[in-house]
Design a protein around this ligand. Sequence first.
Ligand code: SPD
Length: 363
Amino acid sequence: MKKTMLMAAVASVSVTAAYAGEEPVLNVYNWSDYIAEDTIQKFEEATGIKVNYDVYDSNEVLEAKMLTGNSGYDVVVPTSDFLQRQIAAGAYQKLDKSKLPNLANMDAELMQGAEVYDPGNEYSVIYMWGTTGIGYNVQAIADRLGEDYEVNSWELVFDPEIVAKLADCGVTMLDAPSEMIPAAMNYLGLDPRSTDAADLEAGAALLEKVRPSIRYFHSSQYINDLANGDICVSVGWSGDVFQAMARAEEAENGVEVGYVIPKEGALQWFDMMAIPVDAPHPDNALKFINFIMDAQITADITNYVWYANGNAASMPLVDEEITSDPGIFPTEEAKARLWGSKVYDARTDRLITRLWTRIKTGQ
Ligand code: SPD
């Protein structure tokens, strides 16, 4: 939908809401495995608003819906770089901050960081944040690379000889081109945020080289597969790998999962709550966002999904096991090696999509 059409749509929705009040319904579209078991129920009990909750595991899937318009969703959770591009396309409405008193709970420094993508935090609030690193099966790696092998480098997935030794136990990568190609570029010593076509081509060429050793590209299946011991290495999102760890422990199946932010550095990203410009229930959306920013509610989510959050008031309520884990809250030294998501222009985006198809299909 064009920007003007989206604007017109929201104008008519706001008028309807102002005169008639909103039906007690809220349509939420969030990442899979990204909320506590009882969050939605608690919101419904507190507000009487019925929530329809759908999930996705790819920014590209969400973006297609946001740019087409009429998604029917009231709250969505894009990653900050995608959010920036979607804001520019007119896909979101500004937040009425007078209806978000719990904004006072947010960590000022992290919210300031998020302003790189959303100046003034006008359209969005941090939901959770994390890194893109490597999840691995401790025993399977030791069996193949030796007991003394230290998992601390992207060589595990980008060195063709090393990854070939792991192919039989299952190596997977995220189906996320704007994360995997820059990670490969970084391993080659190139700037992971470069948009130079030659740099992107070099990253893609490395991925093509290791492609024969990759079992699949998927962005959520690896959680259970790692937990069950069906795969042994995944390029994955921090909290998801920690969830795999927790599931294996709970199953008492003898699988030990580890997560590492490689020494060469990794992507740090922020997932942001935002309200589509044509959301049918924008007031309910604000109630939901404010509810999530409650210190206890956010702490409950972090304690369940193992992702860091941007809510300073919640931190004393987060399990120490989580706050003290450098895979979830990186040390200052590790932070210095993280890079932020890059917003791609249309031309670079098209190139990345083309390269990704080539990597995955070999064409
Ligand atoms: N299961 C929840 C995964 C959340 C991942 N967020 C996407 C980060 C993209 N850079």
